[in-house]
Design a protein around this ligand. Structure first.
Ligand code: KIV
Ligand code: ZN
Length: 389
């Protein structure tokens, strides 16, 4: 049996921090219901101290989730934040506080203006303080991706000793290369005493377009929780996309020694829902959920897919709720695709007759981005009219 990887969805917290993507409580509840249908393990519902609205969202999602998911409230390493998060999570069946602070030289010197020793003390204190409220406490080492390896070991050792149940290693700025990030996780696994008794989580940003690769490399090296968002929504270039890491694990489960319990058939719906609520459109060529993810327009590919779908598709679109592969008719399409579509419309053409229709089709396709069924119907009717004239 492979390792179970927990999917920690942060669409409602880090995703919502994406400029222009904010959601009100009712909208957050709609997304939370969809996350529960997908069977995510953990929902980060918000940052309770940040606003009364976010407090209310965390409180209501905590009630909604019941036993079905752990519900998380984010805090800084500040007592009043932790008090507020604990209050928002009071009625959760499975509450978790997510607290922490920056650990890289840039965060220590330029943002927090503290020494390494002060950072270690604050890290320990916020975990111990949160433990007064609940057992499940997750610590984040912000900007871990740019931190010193041995200092990171010290921080994580300190919070593990203080009782953290989950340690989150974020690549906050999306700076790392996948192999290096993997080595960082491996280094922690080797050097932090007792780390095998806690969950190691990875939280990666997409500034270099590598958030999915970073998360999977983290899993390969010992992480058993991935923090991610629907459509990869999130600060700047976004977070690891949930649908991408889950399908990556599905396709390479043995190699990664990993599986998830996610219901992938809900992905297309989740993507549309988050996009329409936030107003953040999904690029057509986005992996798994983009409009073109299962569309084929060149003749060579169409011929292959029509003979056997997996010649050009590694995922069955039905497995992610995206219906069927699409054959898009364009000037790059070949005879096989045209014949196939005409047959679907009830027209049979072979040999010279097919060549002639194909010629007319190409003349039309060169003038348009895509040839639709109604274009084909008019082309056939025009042809019939000329024959009978
Ligand atoms: O990117 C990050 O480091 C975060 C933390 C608050 C977990 O979002
Ligand atoms: Zn983040």
């Amino acid at each position: 049996m492979t390792r179970k990887i927990d999917i920690f969805d942060t669409t409602l917290r880090d995703g919502e921090q994406s400029p222009g993507a904010s959601m009100n409580t009712e909208e957050k509840l709609v997304v939370a219901r969809q996350l529960l249908r997908m069977k995510v393990d953990v929902i980060e519902a918000g940052f309770p101290i940040s606003s009364p609205g976010d407090f209310e969202s965390v409180r209501r999602i905590a009630e909604l989730a019941g036993d079905d998911a752990t519900v998380v409230g984010l805090t800084r390493a500040v007592e009043k934040d932790i008090d507020r998060a604990a209050e928002a999570l009071k009625y959760a069946k499975r509450p978790r506080i997510h607290t922490g602070l920056g650990v890289s030289p840039s965060h220590l010197h330029d943002k927090l203006r503290i020494t390494e020793d002060q950072c270690l003390e604050r890290a320990e204190h916020c975990v111990r303080y949160a433990k007064k409220y609940m057992n499940d406490v997750q610590f984040y080492a912000e900007d871990a991706g740019r931190s010193d390896y041995d200092f990171l070991v010290k921080v994580i050792q300190r919070v593990v000793d203080a009782g953290a149940t989950v340690v989150n290693i974020p690549d906050t700025t999306g700076y790392s290369l996948p192999a290096e990030f993997g080595r960082r996780i491996a280094y922690l696994m080797e050097n932090v005493r007792g780390i095998e008794n806690v969950t190691v989580s990875v939280h990666c940003h997409n500034d270099l377009g590598m958030a999915t690769a970073l998360a999977l490399e983290g899993v390969k090296n010992g992480a058993t929780q991935i923090e991610c968002t629907i459509n990869g929504l999130g600060e700047r270039a976004g977070n690891t996309a949930l649908e991408e890491v889950v399908m990556g694990i599905r396709m390479h489960g043995e190699e990664l020694n990993a599986h998830t319990d996610i219901n992938t058939r809900e992905f297309a719906k989740a993507s549309r829902l988050v996009s329409s609520i936030t107003g953040m459109s999904v690029q057509a060529n986005k992996a798994i959920v983009g409009a073109n993810a299962f569309a084929h327009s060149s003749g060579i590919h169409q011929d292959g897919v029509l003979k056997k779908r997996d010649t050009y598709e590694i995922i069955d679109p039905a497995d992610v709720g995206a219906g069927q592969s699409q054959i898009v008719l364009t000037a790059r399409s070949g005879h096989a695709a045209l014949k196939h579509r005409l047959e679907e419309l009830g027209y049979e053409f072979e040999g010279d007759a097919l060549d002639k229709v194909y010629e007319d089709f190409l003349n039309l396709a060169d003038k348009k981005k895509e040839v639709y069924d109604e274009d084909l119907e008019s082309l056939i009717h025009e042809r019939d009219r000329q024959v009978s004239a």
